[in-house]
Ligand binder design. Sequence first.
Ligand code: GDG
Length: 485
Amino acid sequence: QTISALKEHMGRVIVVSNRLPVSASYDADKDNWTFTMSSGGLVAGLEGVKKKLPFLWIGWTGQVIPKEQQKKFEEQLLAQHNCIPVYLDEKVAEEFYNGFSNGVLWPLFHYLLEESGSSYREHLWKSYLTANQAFADVVSKTMRATDLVWVHDYHLMKLPEMLRKMQPAVRLGFFLHIPFPTSEIYQIIPVRNALLQGVLNCDMIGFHTYDYARHFITACSRLLGCETTPAGVHYEGKFIPLVISPVGIDPDKFENELRTDAVQKIIGDFQTSFKDKKVFLAVDRLDYIKGIPHRLRAFQLMLETYPEWRGKAILIQVAVPSRTEVEQYKKLKIEVETLVGHINGEYGDLDYQPIHYLFKSTPFPELCALYRISDAALVTSIRDGMNLVAQEYIACQNEKHGILILSEFAGSASSLSGAYLVNPWNTHALADAMHDAITMTDEEKKGRFDVLSKYIHTHTACNWGESFIKDLDRVSKASALINKT
Ligand code: GDG
């Protein structure tokens, strides 16, 4: 069944995520808002669904919109982007977003106990609940009985339960974009039962990998005493199926960009600048889950162990500023910049800088050109739900067949066979992997690349979004029927 056929019986797809996919600016002279669309993985994943089905996106604006401007803001946002805003008061937003979501859940779900354990506070949890209720109120006011509501990620784990109370018949799905940790770790959080009960109010729950789903099932069984099967969880008289659905990218977007004259020119410039060099590339938000210090130390060890690469191998590290107000991110920035300074000071000279470090977002054309010209990508997160950079690198490589060095701890390691898998905590193994990547035979490189390229073209973002919606439609129809009988 094609997704367009769903139109016959269903209303709209309502996507709910913490942030709306647009940022807004106001021109007071013209009393006019302009919106810039952001380009995250979720935006790409929903592209197909948006074109084929009536669609709405509900989320927080991420900025304060003065009361007197809200009416105009809402009208324009709806007309131009099918988006509906959730407003949060500044203190609630800070405690819900920086405090609880990014200060407690994010580190815990990525197995970072030190960063998480000490930051749990009762008032942060209260703000998380207040914010989730604010989302539930907007969704409840907006939705109609035939709509499908698809909630995203760790910021909104209580929303399904709150919405279910207000709209018992709502057809509701949830997708977790980050890892769900083993229950041994998960059970640390004081509100462990409340969070599970929150998402179990959905008709279907999605994860990137089989392991995340397995961990979730174990947590439901051990902590809530639910009956479970490998396919899902029994909760309050209903069976909630889990789906394993690793998100993809839109490879065409990258391939089309690479064909433009502008990008071809940038590629030419980079090739001149980095002539006779082997280029390693890393692209991440500056986040402690991405293993940036581990990677820098391994690069240093490679220069130490294989001195033939001194003067000849460089690492370009794009580190996009992220969550800059959170203490751990400030500390990480200092650690990374100290290491970069140390390695460049130690191994560089007047004609050679080993690490090119950029603390800024790179424009899309430059990003594609960097993916294209580099000999190997380093995706060496210490934990990562999936990681889309790994796939984007492959989409841009083409006949160059560069090597993807990929952490065993990234969700994408489960699907990207063909990648060179490493344990980022093993500095020696990572240093050796770097050396191997730039000395590998063309034949092996091509073999690995062909497998990866086939995968990213068959498991696209668009397929991901469409298949989730189709599955959710099917299971929520079935559960509605069971509930009636
Ligand atoms: C979360 C999970 C999961 C990065 N730097 C620049 C730039 N980017 C773009 C990349 C990519 C995106 O940002 C990053 O996506 P990731 O998947 O790698 O990582 P998270 O932001 O941590 O995302 C993750 C994802 O959700 C989806 O479910 O895969 O595991 O943590 O698209 O291209 N884009 C531009 N300039 C940059 O400098 N233009």
